[in-house]
Design a protein around this ligand. Sequence first.
Ligand code: PMP
Length: 400
Amino acid sequence: MLREQFPGLNVTVHGKPLVYLDNAATAQRPQTVLDAVQAYYTRFNANIHRGVHHLSEVATERFENARASMARLLNAPSARQVVFTRGSTESINLVANTFARERVQAGDEILISHMEHHSNIVPWQLLCQQTGAVLKVIPMNQRGELCLQSLDELITERTRMLAVVHVSNSLGTINPVKEIIATAHARGVPVLVDGSQAVPHMAVDVQDLDCDFYTVSGHKMYGPTGIGVLYGKMHHLEAMPPWQGGGEMIAKVTFEKTVFNHVPAKFEAGTPNIAGGIGLGAAAEFIMHTGIDAIQRRDAELLAYATEKMQAIEGLRIIGTAAEKTAVISFVLDGVHPHDLGTVLDHYGIAIRTGHHCTMPALQFFKVPGTARASFAFYNTEEEIDYLAESIQKAREMFA
Ligand code: PMP
């Protein structure tokens, strides 16, 4: 049983068995990831890349193997195109502060979408403030789908960058990023895709997408926290200036001049999250071994089952009803504040998330201050969904 490989699911909360439906915030980790992290700290704990001693060599090899695993998962042409970062947020900030900063001047435009996570809004806003560039937004419709008919008009000769989320964390929408990228490229605009919520749920092939940059969040793909990836096209990574300075990102330092290291080391200043990287490699291997197609099929089953159950609850409105969705259900319940609902469900042992999910503009669009969000992973069960629906009913009656 796949589920048994996740010890974090096997706990009780308030005396009840945990029903973990907060996977979009962070997923649980399989034993193989926990073992990989533990092995690093207990069996070959050493700093990487610089050491000549045995442990350092083993640690370096595992860390670099993890990079190769991530490259395979994303179908990156080379492991060198996988830059380890702290997560999607840092990956986006890196691109905004290097690649984009070099290209953007006053009056230029950066295009994002209405459903972006704050991580894919604020770095661009900061860049706009610093350069005098303008942030433009691709609108969405009432189902939570991007209005792509307007894309061609929104792209102008001043557009320097398009940054778009692959899968929305608050609405579940899967955006047709391949099509968006093709449209942007036809107008000479490079594209960054925020893949935080896509990689844990669907096959991602960066070469097929032809994206310029793709960001990955480790803790959402069953890996450790504080680790993620920036994939970039090699010619971009080669041309980009470094962002943070320090050890590891240099080839030679004198007080007069520093020669930077090659890609990806150029972007990995300081001692990295070694245990996190090794754990992330194990998470990538876990996904490939389980099979992303099987994961995707199970997600779709859970989404269909949960949608039907939730729609049957009186006074419940699902926010985000795109035709293409991952297993995320954001909803509001008449007469019950999402936070109150979340608190009641917690007492039943159910972990959901409530609030704006770091997508305030998206929720403003739907004119709700927040939602309750149940987000599923392949290890969730129909029984858990039944229990969620029953518990929401009980909460409704309680607040009636
Ligand atoms: N983008 C999306 C769509 C997300 O869901 C998240 C995490 N909630 C992020 C970006 C930020 O990712 P990280 O935690 O890796 O910085």
